[in-house]
Design a protein around this ligand. Structure first.
Ligand SMILES: Nc1ncnc2c1ncn2[C@@H]1O[C@H](COP(=O)(O)OP(=O)(O)OP(=O)(O)O)[C@@H](O)[C@H]1O
Ligand SMILES: [Mg+2]
Length: 271
């Protein structure tokens, strides 16, 4: 399969964040995406999945030639796109196991047998060190940072997507958990899937070896290559991009002074 992102531009709250992203991911490839904080990495994944707040203003996303931007979020998931979120939301009242079974049944044409589902869930929980008792708890409610990330991987294993997008999956995970997650990713990397892994740290990329690496600066991919890019960022940071490519890394624009009025608590009148 092939995912093509062509000249993708995106705005959030009328602010232009992505300014022409070009990226092609084929099955069997693992792409690393790096870049300083706030330069558009998560925004790119939100656009691919169809978050309603992120308005695509130009460009296209094609999955085997099919226009992804024309289909709804659930259809994108059914087509095989999966996002392990940087900040997974909590859903009170919906247990992890009910959530996973509903996702799986929605993706497949007919419901999976309960016996098969429970067996596979047990295996996946063991793979990521997710406490079996936790599958009865409401999704992410009160979960620790690491438990949330393990739960994202649990979802990925259950749904077995064609394209896996992992947004800082390693943040919040202890060292043992990072190894477990990397094992799952390496097991799933059987040539039938494409992966895009966002991480700030070389440790993750030493465990799950990318075939390609990209750096995003101010909403554009400014450098692409192999793992040598990751090694360079790990040892030198991002300054070399300015020195070698002449690309300025913008700091946050100076904003107007914080006004007392905008911070003051409003009095709510109950008429
Ligand atoms: N829902 C939103 N509302 C307002 N601004 C947003 C929203 N989502 C993203 N932005 C802004 O878009 C810019 C890019 O954010 P994004 O989350 O894509 O960065 P990132 O590269 O993933 O950073 P990090 O490495 O810190 O995760 C930031 O300035 C951010 O504040
Ligand atoms: Mg991010």
């Amino acid at each position: 399969m092939k995912l093509e992102i062509i000249n993708l531009c995106c705005s959030v709250e009328d602010k232009e964040i992505l300014k022409g992203i070009n990226l092609v991911i084929n099955s069997g490839e693992i792409h690393a995406l790096l870049g300083p904080n706030g330069h558009g990495k998560s925004t790119l994944l939100s656009c691919i999945m169809g978050h309603p707040k992120y308005k695509v203003t130009n460009g296209s996303i094609l999955l085997d030639g099919k226009d992804v931007l024309k289909i709804s979020v659930d259809e994108r998931a059914k087509a095989g796109l999966f996002l392990a979120m940087q900040y997974p939301p909590s859903i009170d009242g919906v247990s992890v196991s009910d959530f996973l079974k509903s996702c799986l049944d929605a993706k497949n044409d007919k419901p999976v047998s309960l016996y098969k589902f429970v067996k596979e869930l047990e295996n996946s929980c063991n793979d990521v060190g997710f406490d079996l008792n936790m599958v009865h708890r409401p999704l992410n409610v009160g979960f620790s940072g690491g438990e949330k990330k393990r739960c994202e991987i649990l979802q990925m294993e259950t749904l077995n997507p064609s394209f896996c997008f992992l947004d800082e999956i390693d943040s919040g995970l202890d060292v043992d958990a990072i190894n477990l997650v990397a094992n799952v990713l390496n097991k799933m990397n059987d040539g039938s899937k494409g992966m895009l892994i966002i991480s700030h740290y070389a440790r993750m990329y030493n465990l799950v070896k990318p075939t390609h690496a990209h750096v995003i600066i101010d909403g554009r991919i400014v450098v692409s290559g192999g793992i040598e890019i990751i090694e360079k960022i790990d040892s030198k940071g991002y300054e070399w991009i300015k020195d070698e490519l002449g690309i300025e890394i913008k700091k946050e624009e100076s904003s107007p002074k914080i006004m007392l009025g905008s911070c003051g608590a409003k009095v709510v009148k109950n008429d």
